[in-house]
Design a protein around this ligand. Structure first.
Ligand SMILES: Cc1cc2nc3c(=O)[nH]c(=O)nc-3n(C[C@H](O)[C@H](O)[C@H](O)COP(=O)(O)OP(=O)(O)OC[C@H]3O[C@@H](n4cnc5c(N)ncnc54)[C@H](O)[C@@H]3O)c2cc1C
Length: 330
């Protein structure tokens, strides 16, 4: 236990985290040696309800089986591994943030942009074997974080996996495998990256945004057009606004279907005008990333093909002159 606590406190070293991320990692718990809690609290700040549970942050469970030949990463692409829920917090009326912890001397082992797959038992097959629901999710924590990762998950009333996540209590586990690489990001690979996200489609964008902004040698210009139903549905707005205020190479524009009285962003679905204003122009030096619910994908870029390949580019991006080479659908 003593060794484990030493490793945990080692992971509180913030020297490698540039401002303002460093501020996210320090909060009212600074100095208590529980960095996973500090950064989590900051992520869901801004008037959002935060529900702490009294679980221990010192969870090494995952590595007990893998100590011998494990590289310095927690994920294994070939094996389902159990990760313990450390804490969860509500970030909107239907979306929650889940923090899972592992050996604090390890990183998750995720390249940007990647997702992982999760599974949970939902009864038995006719032959008596466990029956599972399997769904992909995109961690939003910094891939360099040691000892934890965060998932931002919309909980659907009839959703098999999201309801399972919602029912998890700290200390309980979910099985995870990965990573599954989506788009290999390289610093300065494009001069400009535009992002179109809807709802939880923000998750892969957050991976890219954080990776670009924390690297002072990466001068990519980032712009995000983020669509939601109402202002209350905008996920992690406080964090996005803070990044936009701190980094001149990151701009964000919000649009909602149902604005509040004092709303100052866009209204309605993402229009051609919003795309023209908020995204880089079509060019070999720019890339547009798109992620959102099927209706939004259809409207913006066309959905991915049935085999999950990129599929044909249609929608307003096509009409504005973008090509399949300069658009990536998550
Ligand atoms: C690569 C990838 C990454 C993903 N990353 C994330 C992530 O970071 N966070 C996240 O919350 N989700 C993410 N998803 C979606 C996630 O994998 C699940 O599809 C989602 O959580 C619903 O699963 P479920 O089992 O709860 O619902 P299901 O049991 O599959 O669906 C039950 C009902 O829920 C509703 N529903 C489910 N999905 C949708 C939808 N997309 N739009 C509208 N209604 C829906 C429908 O009414 C449906 O009938 C990602 C998907 C992909 C492909």
């Amino acid at each position: 236990m003593a060794t484990h606590l030493r490793r945990l406190s080692k992971s509180s070293s913030l020297a490698s985290i540039p401002a303002p991320f460093r501020q996210h990692y320090y909060s009212s718990t600074q100095g208590r040696g529980i960095p996973v809690r500090a950064s989590f609290s900051a992520l869901v700040s801004g008037g959002l309800a935060l529900y702490y549970f009294s679980s221990s942050p010192t969870i090494a469970h995952l590595d007990e089986n893998r100590e011998e030949n494990a590289p310095n990463v927690a994920l294994d692409p070939e094996k389902w591994l159990e990760f313990k829920l450390h804490e969860k917090a509500k970030v909107s009326h239907n979306t929650q943030l889940f923090r899972f912890t592992f050996d604090p001397s390890k990183k998750l082992g995720l390249d940007v942009a990647s997702c992982l797959i999760t599974r949970a038992p939902i009864g038995e097959e006719s032959d008596g074997k466990k029956k599972y629901v399997i769904r992909p999710y995109t961690p939003i924590s910094d891939p360099d974080s040691e000892g934890y990762f965060d998932l931002l998950i919309k909980v659907y009333p009839e959703g098999k996996m999201s309801q399972h996540f919602a029912s998890l209590r700290p200390g309980e586990v979910v099985e995870v495998k990965g990573p599954i690489e989506k788009l290999r990001y390289k610093p300065n690979m494009k001069r400009q990256i535009g992002m179109v996200a809807g709802g939880t489609g923000i998750t892969p964008m957050l991976q890219v945004i954080k990776t670009v902004l924390k690297n002072p040698d990466d001068i990519t210009q980032l712009s995000l057009v983020y669509a939601n139903v109402s202002p209350d549905d905008i996920l992690l707005k406080a964090e996005l606004d803070k990044l936009a205020a701190s980094y001149p190479n990151f701009k964000v524009f919000y649009t909602v279907d149902k604005p509040a009285d004092n709303w100052r962003g866009g209204v309605g679905y993402i229009s051609k005008e919003m795309a023209l204003k908020g995204l880089p122009s079509p060019s070999a030096d720019s890339l547009i990333l798109v992620c959102g619910p099927p209706g939004m994908m259809k409207h913006i870029s066309g959905d991915k093909a049935k085999d999950r390949s990129q599929g044909e580019l249609t929608g307003i991006l096509k009409e504005l002159g973008y090509t399949e080479e300069t658009v990536y659908k998550f």
